[in-house]
Ligand binder design. Structure first.
Ligand code: FAD
Length: 407
C-alpha cells in the first residue's frame, strides 16, 4: 500500500516536478500583472495534469486523490495560482460530476477540463457565506429545464472558467421549495456558447493569488436544460449534502495547496539560513532560528500526513471522509500561515521585498483559512464528529435537537 509519508514517484508527479522551474519562473509575473496564467495551461494539458482524476473512459487517467495531492504539493511550492487550477481540474466540481453526473454530463465536462478549463464552483452568496444552505438563488422549473436567478460572489475563476457548477434552491412548477440542486452552466462566448442571463458583474481586488479572478456572478432567468442538472440518486432533498461530499476532495486539495506553499517557504528558509551571514557566521548557526526551523518542518510534515491520510480514506462515492478532510484542512491552513510567516521573518528585510517570493507566498497563503470553509466552521464540524452531533449554529438549534425535530 502507499506510504503515508513518501510520495511515490508516479508519472503525474514526475511531470509536475519537471514543470516546477518553469512555473516558479513565471509566478511573479502573474502576481504582479494580475493576469490569469494562460501560458501555463498548454503545459498542464501536455503534462496530463488537467483532469488526471477523470476516469480513463472519459479521457483522463483515473488518478487517485492521493496522486493528485502529491502533484498539488509539488506545484504549490512554486506557483499557488497553478496549484489552484490543478485542484479545481481534478477535485471538487469535476469530481462531483464524475460521481453523480449522467454519461452525457461526464463526457461533456471531461472534454472541457482535459482541454484546459478550470471549472468554477458557485455556492457563496452575499448573505450566505458560512451559512451556505441559507442561499437564496433559485432554479425555477419551466418547460425543458430551469430558470436560474440570483447572485453569487467570490467565485474563483469567474469570467475565466467555461464550466460552472451552480448551486441554487430548486422550485417546482408550483413554486414549492424542493431543496438545493447543482446546475451545469457553460460560458464559452469565444465559441458561441454564451448563456443568456448570465453575467460576470465584477472582479474583487484580492490580497493574494492575484492572477486568479474572484468574481461576482449574476443570474437573471438564465436557462439550464433538464439534462444539465446534476442530480444525485437521493434527489434534491438530500442532493446538496451528497454533492457537498465531493467538496471534501476540494478541501483536501485546498489544504494541500497551503501545505505546499509552506513546504516551499521552508525550502527557501533552509537555503537562506546557510547562505546569509551575520556576526561573522551563517545565520543558521543561531539556535533561535534553528528552533523555528524545526517547528516549521514539524508543522509541514504533520499537515502532509493528515492530508495524505484524508486523501486515501475514502467513503461513499469515493470521496475523502468529511471529518478527516475538515481536520486536515483546518490544521494545514492555520499552520501554513504560521510557517510562511516564520520563513519570511528569517529573510529579514529581504523577505519583505519582492526579490524573494516570500512576500507573495505570505499573501497567497492567507486565504486558506477562509475559502472553502473557514477554519472556525471546520473546527465546529470536527467537534461535531467527536461529539456525535451536528452542532447547531442557529439560536434555536439545540431546542430543535431536544424536540427531536433535527438529528
Ligand atoms: P462569513 O460566513 O460571513 O464569516 C465571517 C466570520 O465569522 C468568519 O471568521 C467565520 O469563520 C465566522 N463564522 C461564521 N459563522 C460561524 C460559526 N457558526 N461559528 C464560528 N464562526 C463563524 N465560494 C464559492 O462558492 N466558490 C468559490 O470558488 C470560492 N472561492 C473563494 C476564494 C477565495 C480567495 C475566498 C476568500 C473565498 C472563496 N469563496 C468561494 C467563498 C468562501 O467559501 C467564503 O468566503 C466562506 O465560506 C466564508 O463565508 P464569508 O466570507 O461570507 O464569511
Amino acid at each position: 500500500s502507499a506510504s503515508p509519508v513518501i510520495p511515490t514517484e508516479t508519472l503525474p508527479l514526475k511531470a509536475a516536478r519537471g514543470l516546477g522551474p518553469t512555473l516558479a519562473a513565471r509566478a511573479h509575473k502573474w502576481d504582479q500583472s494580475r493576469e490569469y496564467c494562460h501560458e501555463n495551461i498548454p503545459d498542464l494539458v501536455a503534462a496530463k495534469l488537467m483532469g488526471m482524476s477523470i476516469p480513463r473512459e472519459y479521457g483522463g487517467q483515473g488518478a487517485s486523490f492521493l496522486q493528485v495531492v502529491d502533484v498539488v504539493e509539488e506545484v504549490a511550492r512554486h506557483c499557488t495560482l497553478t496549484a489552484r487550477i490543478i485542484v479545481e481540474a481534478n477535485m471538487g466540481g469535476i469530481s462531483a460530476v464524475m460521481a453523480y453526473g449522467t454519461e452525457k454530463q461526464k463526457a461533456f465536462c471531461a472534454k472541457y477540463v482535459l482541454a484546459g478549463d478550470k471549472p468554477a464552483i458557485c455556492i457563496t452568496e452575499p448573505d450566505a457565506g458560512s451559512a451556505a444552505t441559507e442561499m437564496t438563488s433559485t432554479a425555477q422549473k419551466v418547460k425543458g429545464g430551469y430558470r436560474l436567478n440570483g447572485v453569487k460572489h467570490w467565485i474563483t475563476g469567474g469570467g475565466m472558467s467555461k464550466l460552472h457548477l451552480v448551486f441554487a434552491r430548486v422550485l417546482d412548477d408550483a413554486g414549492v421549495d424542493q431543496g438545493i440542486g447543482g446546475f451545469l452552466l457553460l460560458h464559452d462566448p469565444d465559441n458561441g456558447d454564451d448563456c443568456e442571463g448570465f453575467t460576470v458583474a465584477r472582479r474583487e481586488r484580492t490580497m493574494g493569488l492575484c492572477g486568479m479572478p474572484e468574481a461576482e456572478l449574476h443570474f437573471e432567468d438564465a436557462f439550464i436544460a433538464d439534462d444539465m442538472v446534476v442530480l444525485p440518486p437521493s434527489g434534491f432533498k438530500r442532493g446538496f449534502a451528497d454533492l457537498m461530499t465531493a467538496y471534501n476532495s476540494q478541501r483536501v486539495g485546498a489544504g494541500t495547496i497551503a501545505m505546499g506553499i509552506a513546504a516551499g517557504a521552508l525550502d527557501h528558509a533552509t537555503r537562506y539560513l546557510k547562505e546569509r551571514e551575520q556576526f561573522g557566521r551563517p545565520i543558521g548557526e543561531f539556535q533561535g532560528l534553528q528552533w523555528m526551523l524545526a517547528e516549521m518542518d514539524a508543522k509541514v510534515h504533520a499537515s502532509r500526513l493528515m492530508l495524505r491520510e484524508a486523501a486515501q480514506t475514502l467513503c461513499g462515492k469515493g470521496f475523502p471522509d468529511m471529518h478527516l478532510a475538515a481536520r486536515a484542512k483546518m490544521f494545514a491552513s492555520e499552520n501554513a500561515i504560521s510557517v510562511v510567516n516564520d520563513a519570511l521573518q528569517m529573510f529579514g528585510a529581504r523577505g519583505y521585498g519582492s526579490q524573494e517570493p516570500l512576500e507573495r507566498m505570505y499573501r497567497d497563503v492567507r486565504m486558506f483559512t477562509i475559502g472553502g470553509g473557514t477554519a472556525q466552521i471546520l473546527k465546529t464540524q470536527v467537534a461535531g464528529g467527536l461529539l456525535g452531533i451536528k452542532v447547531p449554529q442557529t439560536r434555536d438549534g439545540y431546542v430543535k435537537i431536544a424536540e427531536g425535530s433535527v438529528k
